[in-house]
Design a protein around this ligand. Structure first.
Ligand code: CP3
Length: 348
């Protein structure tokens, strides 16, 4: 039996519009916090396939979403390329020795060797494949990666940043080095996603969370073309696996979007009408409720109905326009999911 989520990614008619939430496996769920305590810390949790699989499945049962997203983090890739990673409480991820020059880059492991080190991710996927097949509810498993640009921002700055001044200094004054970093990460990511597919994921999502840091005239050169290169590689070998591109905050780039992928993830700052007008014929659209509407159930209902009326129940996947925040009440997340299913079942 085909999966409703996979069918929707390919633009096929489905009984209702499927829904999932970015960051749906996480700290807003008490059940997640319990497993995380057991794991000791976040990276241990990513490294333990049985516990990572457990938290991946939690939102299926608790909030009734139509797809599970692999529990891991985008930063395991640079970590396995050889960059020491810590998640500091209240501060987020920190790389001890960011890349400053070509010699730093050359010390990092690349290609096949780096992709082969991410065995715990592939083991988690294989376990999830088995568990999901046994459930028999045909919910899809989404695998993911960070876009090379988003990964590079952490590898160059060493941590999250508001200004991106270190990597932008490199962009404008040493673009050759930045391209070399992006190319090396792209090679690893292609093989990493290929192994995720071989281990059992149904769908790929590429997160370019920090796309908006790049001016529109430079976005293709420093990010989008690398994402397209990854998509081309995967599509040439695995055309049956849908690919979702999520560049966050790029309304000014919509006219220039191109590439061989299936779903365009619309972030909350981009009007859905605009995305539909510019891209709706070519790509299925995913999104895009402002995640903070989840703090108020009435505001959630208003947004879900509006998004549904714009998309007309066609070529659409419901989601938030970025990740759910840790202090959202679980009942409000459940309300969002059930409202998406209610409005779209009613009108199909
Ligand atoms: O449910 C899911 O979406 C699956 C798991 C997932 C995580 N990170 C778990 C996580 C996914 C898909 C990611 C992707 C990710 N990680 C992105 C891209 C998506 C986005 O939100 O834009 C980015 C930029 C990261 C990097 C990252 N990881 C940051 C900035 C942080 C700290 C900020 C925060 O939310 O605490 C993380 C840690 C992280 N990744 C947590 C989780 C559940 C929190 C860790 C914890 O304290 O338990």
């Amino acid at each position: 039996m085909s999966k409703i989520f996979v069918d929707a990614c390919f633009g096929k008619e489905t009984p209702y519009t499927p829904v999932w939430m970015m960051r749906q496996a996480g700290r807003y769920l008490p059940e997640y916090m319990e497993v995380r305590r057991r794991a000791g810390n976040f990276l241990n949790l990513c490294h333990a396939p049985d516990m990572a699989a457990e938290v991946t499945i939690q939102p299926l049962d608790i909030v009734n979403v139509d797809a599970a997203i692999l529990f891991s983090d985008i930063l395991v890739v640079p970590n396995e390329m050889g960059m020491k990673l810590d998640f500091v409480n209240g501060e987020g991820p920190v790389f001890e020795s960011p890349i400053k020059n070509e010699a730093d880059l050359d010390t990092l492991i690349g290609g096949v060797e780096a992709a082969a080190k991410l065995t715990y991710v592939y083991d988690t996927i294989a376990l999830l494949r088995k568990q999901l097949d046994e459930r028999g509810d045909n919910k899809a498993l989404i695998g993911f990666t960070g876009a090379p640009w988003t990964l590079a921002t952490y590898m160059i700055e060493g941590h999250g940043t508001k200004t991106y001044n270190v990597c932008k200094k490199m962009m404008y004054s040493n673009s050759k080095l930045l391209h070399k970093i992006l190319a090396k990460v792209t090679e690893v990511v292609k093989l990493y996603m290929e192994k995720q597919i071989q281990s059992g994921i149904d769908v790929v999502q590429i997160f370019d969370s920090w796309a908006a840091a790049i001016e529109p005239d430079k976005y293709d050169e420093f990010s989008w073309r690398y994402m397209v290169e990854i998509a081309d590689y995967l599509k040439s070998k695995y055309p049956h696996i849908p690919i979702i591109m999520f560049p966050k905050g790029v309304p000014a780039f919509l006219d220039k979007v191109y590439g061989n992928f299936d779903v365009f993830g619309v972030d909350w700052s981009t009007p859905m009408e605009l995305a539909r007008e510019k891209l709706g014929d070519k790509y299925v659209l995913q999104g895009n409720m402002e995640p903070c509407r989840l703090y108020c159930q009435e505001e959630t209902t208003i947004a879900v109905e509006k998004i549904h009326s714009i998309m007309g129940g066609k070529r659409h996947i419901f989601n938030l326009g970025h990740g759910i925040l840790p202090d959202v009440p679980v009942a409000n997340a459940q309300h969002f999911v059930s409202e998406c299913q209610r409005v779209s079942k009613k009108n199909h």
